[in-house]
Design a binder for this molecule. Structure first.
Ligand code: ZN
Length: 270
């Protein structure tokens, strides 16, 4: 599943090819995504210039002169910038057609993604309720500490709640808690400011490392076959249940928190 780093790298990968270009229209081959693609998408976007591409959590917002195209990659989505006559493959559901023979093609085998036209994206419920960006200025140890007082939920579930902070997926929550030495089961309201400061820094480090690693894939966004997908990260705990902790050598524990696979070291994380 694409996580925040893959979405950010997608934004970086497609932006140079599209910014400032005018849209000519859209081709919708399959409108049944997680939200239905607007029946009048082509008419809505035609003639408008793409002014910027933003990311909010795992959503991309293609801001046109009036309104935005909201895109989410879902479980299996990809975006590619291609010449308009590039042969269509199965699961190529939507083409956004730009000037200069440019096409932004949305491919999504499992169709949990989103591509829709919104006149007011920032007030749409999917966007308006999102918490701060983990790489933005509003995210800090002080913020996490203030938000978590009186909360009994496990800190890992708290960290993955998009109302608190957006885009900290399961892999990154596991890794950041290990880096900060925090037991993922600990009630969120009982963690000190000093430890939340370590955790906020760890979240930034793991996300930025993944984005940097994804930088090597930027050219793939213009290749029809460039579907190498998701990053191979060097992970300290995620997926390593029963293996040796890289710090102390003891076997890592595997549990479930909020239904999500959780791996941690009972010796190094308190
Ligand atoms: Zn350990």
């Amino acid at each position: 599943m694409p996580e925040l780093p893959e979405v950010e790298v997608t934004r970086l990968g497609i932006s140079p090819h599209l910014l400032g270009k005018n849209l000519q229209g859209a081709i919708v081959r399959e409108s049944r995504l997680r939200l239905a693609v607007n029946a009048d998408l082509s008419a809505q976007v035609a003639g408008q210039k793409l002014e910027q591409i933003r990311r909010r959590g795992k959503y991309l917002l293609l801001d046109l002169q009036r309104g935005s195209i909201l895109i989410h990659l879902g479980m299996s989505g990809h975006l590619r910038v291609l010449p308009q006559d590039t042969p269509v493959e199965k699961h190529d559901h939507v083409d956004l057609l730009f000037a200069q023979d440019t096409c932004l093609r949305f491919h999504d085998p499992r169709r949990f993604g989103v591509l829709c036209w919104l006149e007011e994206a920032d007030t749409h419920p999917l966007i308006a309720r999102l918490g701060p960006e983990p790489l933005g200025e509003d995210f800090s140890g002080a913020y996490l500490h203030a938000q978590s007082r009186q909360r009994q939920i496990p800190v890992k579930a708290f960290l993955m709640d998009a109302h608190q902070v957006v885009g900290v997926g399961n892999i990154y929550a596991n890794e950041a808690l290990f880096a900060a030495g925090i037991d993922p089961r600990r009630p969120a309201g009982r963690i000190s400011l000093a430890r939340y400061t370590l955790l906020a820094a760890a979240v930034r480090v793991v996300l930025e490392a993944a984005i940097q690693q994804g930088g090597t894939t930027l050219r793939d966004f213009t290749r029809p076959d460039g579907r190498n997908g998701y990053f191979r990260l060097s992970l300290a705990v995620y997926g390593r249940e029963g293996q040796a902790c890289i710090r102390c050598g003891k076997a890592l524990q595997g549990i479930r928190i909020g239904g999500r696979a959780t791996t941690y070291c009972s010796h190094c994380q308190h």
